[in-house]
Design a protein around this ligand. Structure first.
Ligand SMILES: Cc1cc2nc3c(=O)[nH]c(=O)nc-3n(C[C@H](O)[C@H](O)[C@H](O)COP(=O)(O)OP(=O)(O)OC[C@H]3O[C@@H](n4cnc5c(N)ncnc54)[C@H](O)[C@@H]3O)c2cc1C
Length: 305
């Protein structure tokens, strides 16, 4: 049953008709529980309130797979605008970007120019930018761009997914770059040729990557809602004298709020990934695919204004 609903929501996430309708509707059907607003300005008070509670943020302007150069440049401008607004309002927030939204599938020079203009602004305002990891057909290109940018800018991070067989080797390859990494299980539908099929293998590999990156001495964001991963990290850090300043936990906005606050209270750093924008549909469907239990709050959202 769970496998069927996962497939169902992943298929829906790719429906362009539904996507167009969703933009017309605005974030309803529960999406407003996991999206910070349709514009960055709407998200600012949400960030301020979370900062007040002690939570750090990374914002993500929703949207991926743009097909025109002008759209990709527009997306880069929006990202620069969010960096300037973070700085102007002294928000405690980083920025997350998806390379497909900046032209990765169109032209290498386009995505590179867009990233350079974003990184110049981010460096000026001392804001960290993390490149989200998308599906496995883009992993290699994404890591190449990350490495080239890391040679020029300190304030840049990326993501490694534990469902991919290649990820442990990617950590070895990145070691000399002193990377800032977010470790996740992975959110896309991947073939068995490149990714573990069994969930237990994905979980074991995430533990392995956490150990490896922490022991390599690099800053590590453990992005998971899974208590087993959180407890594993805490124990491993104590047993191996890893200082708390070397890692943080990350969770998505609207998920496990109580756990986020409990970790803060215990003295851990917690960062919340806050998506905003009118392109919320695909993101929302992927979250439903990951955890069909989220359907219950989607249904509750139907009755909310
Ligand atoms: C901050 C952040 C950034 C991310 N960035 C990327 C990225 O760039 N690329 C990418 O591919 N993926 C990304 N992901 C998604 C990630 O890859 C996983 O798909 C997603 O986090 C689900 O895996 P999980 O480890 O949270 O828990 P799962 O493996 O889905 O669940 C394990 C257990 O955790 C508990 N749990 C999970 N979710 C909840 C919940 N909402 N409420 C209560 N309990 C829950 C349950 O006990 C569940 O059985 C990101 C995730 C986060 C949190």
């Amino acid at each position: 049953m769970e496998a069927i609903s996962k497939r169902f929501f992943l298929q829906l996430s790719n429906s362009s008709v539904m996507d167009r309708l969703a933009k017309k509707w605005g974030p309803k059907f529960g999406a407003n529980n996991i999206v910070g607003g349709e514009t960055f300005e709407e998200a600012v008070p949400v960030i301020q309130e979370m900062n007040r509670q002690g939570l750090d943020i990374t914002v993500d302007h929703l949207g991926e797979f743009v097909s025109s150069e002008s759209e990709a440049r527009q997306r880069a401008k929006e990202c620069i605008h969010s960096i300037q607004t973070i700085s102007g309002n002294q928000l405690n927030s980083q920025v997350s970007v998806k390379l497909t939204s900046l032209g990765l599938d169109i032209r290498h020079e386009l995505v590179w120019e867009n990233m350079i203009s974003i990184m110049d602004e981010a460096q000026k305002h001392d804001v960290v930018v993390t490149i989200d990891m998308e599906d496995s057909t883009r992993t290699e290109k994404t890591l190449e761009i990350y490495k080239a940018l890391k040679k020029r800018y300190e304030n840049i991070g990326t993501v490694i997914q534990s469902y991919l067989y290649r990820s442990s080797e990617d950590l070895d390859d990145l070691d000399s770059y002193k990377p800032y990494l977010r470790l996740v299980k992975g959110a896309y539908k991947e073939p068995g040729k490149v990714a573990f099929v069994e969930k237990s293998d994905v979980d074991d590999n995430l533990k392995h990557l956490i150990e490896k990156n922490l022991l390599n001495g690099h800053y590590t964001a453990i992005a998971s809602h899974d208590d087993a991963m959180i407890e594993f990290t805490k124990k491993f850090a104590v047993e191996n004298n890893i200082p708390r300043e070397q890692f943080e936990f990350q969770m998505l906005y609207g998920m496990r709020n109580d756990t986020q606050l409990a970790l803060l209270k215990e003295g851990y750093k917690v960062r919340v990934y806050l998506p905003y924008g009118d392109d919320w549909y695909g993101y929302f469907m992927r979250r439903l695919a990951e955890r069909p239990a989220n359907v219950s709050f989607a249904i509750k959202g139907l009755f909310k204004k």
